[in-house]
Design a protein around this ligand. Structure first.
Ligand code: ADP
Length: 546
């Protein structure tokens, strides 16, 4: 017997129609490329998205067509999210930080028909235009006529203007309803190893994920909040915030291209931001700015951080120096992306001080909707004792089952588990802690050393700005940890003092064999330290040193 409840499909358009009706005046604020501020709201966003949907239809876009964006966080990008998915097409966000070769590969693999771009990314399109003519019919500049850059496109590929499209379309459009399992958006992994792979989100997965990240123990957005996603809309839908903020009715503050500490702090204070989300490097930049300028961020009640491990020293600094709670989440492109979040539960609600900081080093407990387990080399599940570590696997309604173009289910094992590629422990209270990405683990004399744990300790040293540990080749032990660091502005690094910070914190054989001081660490397109580049460069450092 089925329940007798209304079988209404979970549609992305329903988020923006809800926000337009219930939270019409909630602001959408964007910092433009030229530094000026643009103000809109959810009623206006929905109205313009309707016009845009009409314009897409006029351009020949049909359900399931891929319409791409190459754009920063802005009100126009938000309008595109809703117009494209809302009309039944697929919003393919492209990461402009990828190499041109990867961009053309992705566009061709996705068979994009139109690409909407911020004018600043015209050089990216200029580089790939001759290679993407098979399916791409038009490039649309997200601006007005005066903002159209000079761009030579091959025959058959038009150069169009976003505001002209909106002006030329009427808003008499009714959002269609269709199967909630239909594809809504597409994002490619950044492919630090091998070619990028496409993750195809559905309307249903997107709405369930948006609801799940909105609970109090995760991002917990309320209608009176003003949230600034530093995480980009061009990668994993900015952690779903462009959906969960209008769902909650919170104001959205879009930072555009200005992501340095001073610009972020300026927006926080100027726009009275209460919540923000970013990767650790962004918060590191903010912290450095706050410390050197003396500026405060008193409207912020929660900073959310994820994408790579969060050093304890950073959580402590924001808490004690600025009274701001830094909450860590974990996830991946294949998981929409959020899988876990670290907030105390009944088992550890009493923790304070050092014990609470230790808990907050963990990536946290699974959100409802995400099942997780760790398995050993033989595939058998390992105990949740906080000690046993193995490959982390996940299952759930917003986790991918196959990559775009592959057969449904092909990314899963026989029991439906997706292997994350992360190595983790899970403690008795359900808190997961990443010890490494499988490919970054250090195997010294057959024993594993956690690079994440060593990096975390190194990041606590007062002279170190950023730290990375890589596996360097070693004649006797196969691999040994090598620490590569950058110094805080105005600080000198004393190698012996740096190596001393590990004493008593880890087993003595975990201590890095050497410290390399560099002026800058390379980062991936998603803001993580690019360990592959470091490995290529410094893999033989210990062997060469003798
Ligand atoms: P890519 O950057 O390759 O596109 P994702 O953005 O999907 O990949 O990143 C997913 C990976 O990032 C995870 O598998 C994990 O290794 C790492 N990661 C994400 N959040 C955290 C975290 N809080 N702590 C440690 N690692 C994390």
């Amino acid at each position: 017997m089925f329940g007798l409840m209304q079988d209404r499909p979970l549609m992305i358009a329903s988020i923006i129609t809800h926000a337009a009706r219930q939270h019409a005046k909630a602001e959408v604020v964007s910092k433009n490329i030229d530094g000026t501020i643009h103000r809109s709201n959810y009623a206006e966003t929905e109205r313009r998205a309707r016009r845009l949907a009409r314009a897409l239809i006029a351009l020949g876009i049909k359900a399931e067509d891929r319409v791409a964006t190459l754009a920063l966080n802005s009100y126009r990008h938000l309008e595109l999210y809703y117009a494209i998915s809302g009309m039944g097409a697929i919003c393919h966000t492209i990461n402009p930080r990828l190499a041109a070769d990867d961009v053309s590969y992705i566009v061709n693999h996705a068979e994009d028909r139109i690409i909407f771009i911020d004018g600043v990314f015209a050089p990216v399109i200029a580089a790939v235009a001759p290679l993407i003519g098979k399916t791409v019919r038009a490039i649309v500049i997200m601006g007005n006529r005066a903002q159209i850059p000079a761009l030579n496109l091959p025959a058959g590929m038009d150069l169009l203007c976003y505001e002209d499209l909106i002006d030329g379309a009427d808003e008499n459009y009714v959002w269609p309803e269709f199967d909630e399992r239909s594809a809504a958006s597409l994002c490619y992994t950044s492919g630090t190893t091998g070619r990028p792979k496409g993750v195809l989100y559905s309307h249903r997965s997107t709405l369930l994920h948006a609801l799940a990240v909105n609970v109090g123990d995760v991002i917990g957005i309320r209608a009176v909040d003003r949230i600034l996603p530093v995480v980009p809309m061009f990668h994993v839908n900015a952690w779903g915030i462009p959906y969960s903020a209008p769902m909650a009715g919170a104001a959205l503050i879009m930072p555009g291209r200005h992501l340095d500490g001073a610009s972020i702090a300026g927006l926080f204070n100027g726009e009275r931001v209460t919540i923000s989300c970013g990767v650790p490097t962004v918060w590191l930049g903010l912290l450095q700015h706050l410390r050197s300028s003396g500026e405060r961020i008193d409207t912020i009640r929660r900073l959310t951080v994820g994408g790579s491990a969060v050093p304890r020293s950073m959580t402590e600094a924001f808490g004690t120096e600025y009274g701001v709670e830094l909450g860590q989440g974990w996830g991946m492109t294949e998981m929409s992306p959020v899988g876990t979040y670290c907030q105390p539960n009944a088992a550890n609600a009493h923790l304070t001080g050092d014990e609470l900081l230790r808990l907050k080093e963990k990536q946290g407990r699974a959100l409802w909707g995400v099942e997780m387990r760790i398995v050993g080399d033989d595939g058998a599940a390992l105990p949740w004792d906080g000690v046993a570590f193995g490959l982390l696997q996940v299952r759930g309604p917003w986790i991918c089952s196959a990559y775009f173009g592959d057969a449904p289910g092909s990314a899963l094992d026989a029991e439906g588990w997706f292997s994350t590629g992360d190595i983790a422990t899970i403690d008795a209270d359900g808190f997961m802690e990443i010890t490494d990405r499988a490919k970054d683990v250090i195997k010294s004399g057959g024993e594993w050393i956690s690079s994440v744990q060593l990096e975390n300790i190194a990041a606590g040293h007062p002279d170190i700005a950023e730290a990375a540990i890589i596996a360097a080749r070693h004649a006797k032990w196969d691999e040994r940890p090598l620490l590569i660091v950058t110094a805080k502005p105005g600080h000198e690094i004393d190698k012996a003092a740096v190596l001393d910070v590990f004493t008593g914190k880890v087993a003595s054989w975990w201590r890095p064999d050497d410290v390399l001081v560099v002026s800058e660490l390379p980062h991936t397109g998603t803001g993580k330290v690019h360990k592959m580049i470091l490995r290529e460069k410094y893999r033989d450092h210990l062997v060469d040193k003798g």
